[in-house]
Design a protein around this ligand. Sequence first.
Ligand code: HEC
Length: 406
Amino acid sequence: MALFLLKSTPPDHLADAPGGAGLLADPATPAGAQMLDRGKAVFADTCARCHSSKAPPPPASLNLQHCAGPNYLACFMRYWKWTQTDEFKTQMREVVKAPDFLEGNYLSSDARIPATLLRTNVCSPLATNALRGNIWDNFSSESYKTLPSVGTVTLNDPFTGERWQYRMPAGGRGYTRVPSLISVWSTAPFLLNNALGPFSEDPSVASRVKVFDASIEQLLWPDKRVHDDILGAKVPGTIDRTTERSQITVPEGFVPDALKPLQGFMHRYAPWLVGAGGDVTIGPAPKQMPVNLLANIQPLPETSDVGAKAEHAAKVVGLAVKLRSDLASVPEGASDADLGKTYANLVKPMLELSKCPDFIVNRGHYFGTAEFNNQAGLSADEQSFGQEPVLSDDDKRALIAFLKTF
Ligand code: HEC
């Protein structure tokens, strides 16, 4: 099985792709060679501590022996601080400069990166499937299940843009493993949700490189990222919004068991929400509603504790009642703007039941950019990673030239 998988995953180098060689810096020319050398140094200083499986051995004083599980975050912080030292950077540059650096390099440390450092959308790291007692329990490790909380992250209200702080849960969630950068020229748009950069249906080499160029620019120059139509620069990116008035219907068969005993009651109380057949409908929601506000409502509690279950069910009913009374006050034939105002008041109770209250899909991963150091208003946990040197535009161009050779 391992051999089969390896057979299907060798790097696809741009140099070997049709027309690819002409798109790379040429190491045979002095300008090309200089560019690539600079790119290597930048990669060593800024990126390789996460995106390389070849690295200098950490000094024994970092005490990285017993890091799985509850000690992980403290260990990671010691590692991170070490990678900020000249001692690390000097050794890492030597590793990256070696002619065989890319050979057999997975281009990831495979480490779990806390959301407080990464600052990308937290919905994927908040996924629940692999938690203890959940559907994929048997596929996740004990060290995953005993991970500590990464601490508090800063999120934005999807109606006002205002910042607020959210405490991430412990027990596995809150971390993202470093993806490999092998053949990264071909895999944009970027990030787990593919939200960073444009999408193209054209699979040609020229198109893949065009999409890579646009996406890597957005990664390294956060100003170039798409910003929300409504909130603009008040939020650090874009929010997925509905394009027309919409509602979500959960057919009766899919209504979670925990809600079933309530269905008769809810149908009597909120017939617009729960039909006589037992279907549950959320809406109508106006055009430009944040999709995740509707889609992430969590009718089921994440616990087997009876008290907590009852508390959750009470919140769901409370929200249903509030939705009903607030939406009932909106006149027949109300405009999307009127409906939108009503929802703005419902945000708090809806967020309390949200599986993931983060709406900005293309934020974060600010390594090497000035935005990394723009930490005013962030939580103490987010600030604890300190400040980083900012790359110049030329550094970034050289880095991109080197990344294209992966
Ligand atoms: C602290 C660890 C860390 C550092 C430092 C880091 N990265 Fe990453 N990188 C990650 C993680 C984790 C992800 C996945 C983030 C996500 O999808 O939310 C990622 C994602 C990426 C992606 C997108 C990959 C894909 O297929 O979607 C690219 C490209 C990338 N990093 C390049 C870089 C470059 C270039 C640098 C240096 C300027 C860098 N990274 C520094 C951890 C790091």
